[in-house]
Design a protein around this ligand. Structure first.
Ligand code: ZN
Length: 224
């Protein structure tokens, strides 16, 4: 149950001074490269079969015959998720405003890269609009895009913030994710718990915008 605010990336000794920016640039490159990853369905199916054998199952018994194929298709569906248009054909409306735009309560499923087990996050995103206004549905697409890969929650919020910055030109961006991780709930400590990660950039780091964002992002849940 950590709350990270602008968590620093793993230290990279080759990068000095601007490590976070370099890390985010690398993230952006890798996330863009991951838009259409190649998934080897045949190999996945073999792995599914091998997995069953490795845990002492008979892959040819009733009930498991089609499991390797389902396993392979499940991975393909997850990895080759198509978020639709989010960066190249944004429909911007152009007007000048300092208004905060906040979208909260967007649920996404992702897979923890340490255990390959699902985690479910509720994501809230905000930015201070300058010239470009992001269509509301794009927020969900951006969140889904970055959830559909092997992830850690800390990187998920950074990737989402990075993409909102890239597409809106706003330096004032906030992202909060609250996640339930099966790797924590069904194994290990077997404990219920919400993990919160956040990124606060620009005005969200120090001004009232941060408070306003957190109120909007968390307000609905506080009443529960
Ligand atoms: Zn995990």
């Amino acid at each position: 149950m950590s709350s990270t605010s602008v968590a620093q990336p793993d230290s990279n000794k080759a990068v000095r001074g601007n490590g976070a920016a370099a890390w985010l640039a690398a993230e952006r490159a890798s996330s863009q490269a991951a838009v259409s990853p190649v998934v080897d369905l045949q190999r996945l199916e073999q792995i599914g079969r091998d997995l069953l054998i490795a845990i002492g199952e008979d892959p040819d018994r009733d009930g498991l015959i089609k499991t390797p194929n389902r396993f392979a298709r499940m991975w393909r569906e997850f990895i080759q998720y198509d978020p639709g248009t989010i960066d190249t054909t944004f429909s911007f409306e152009s007007f000048h405003t300092d208004q905060m735009v906040c979208v909260s309560g967007i649920p996404v499923f992702s897979l923890c890269e340490h255990h390959l087990l699902p985690f479910r996050c509720e994501v809230a995103m905000a930015y201070i609009a300058t010239e470009h206004v992001l269509g509301l549905s794009k927020f969900a697409r951006i969140a889904q895009k970055h959830a559909h890969r092997l992830q850690v929650q800390e990187r998920l919020v950074h990737s989402i913030a990075d993409e909102i910055t890239a597409t809106t030109d706003s330096r004032d961006v906030a992202v909060l994710a609250r996640g339930e991780h099966l790797c924590m709930q069904m194994r290990g400590v077997r404990s219920e718990g919400l993990m919160s990660t956040s990124v606060m950039r620009g005005l969200f780091r120090s001004t009232d915008a941060r408070e306003e964002f957190l109120t909007l992002a968390l307000g609905k849940k506080n009443g529960k």
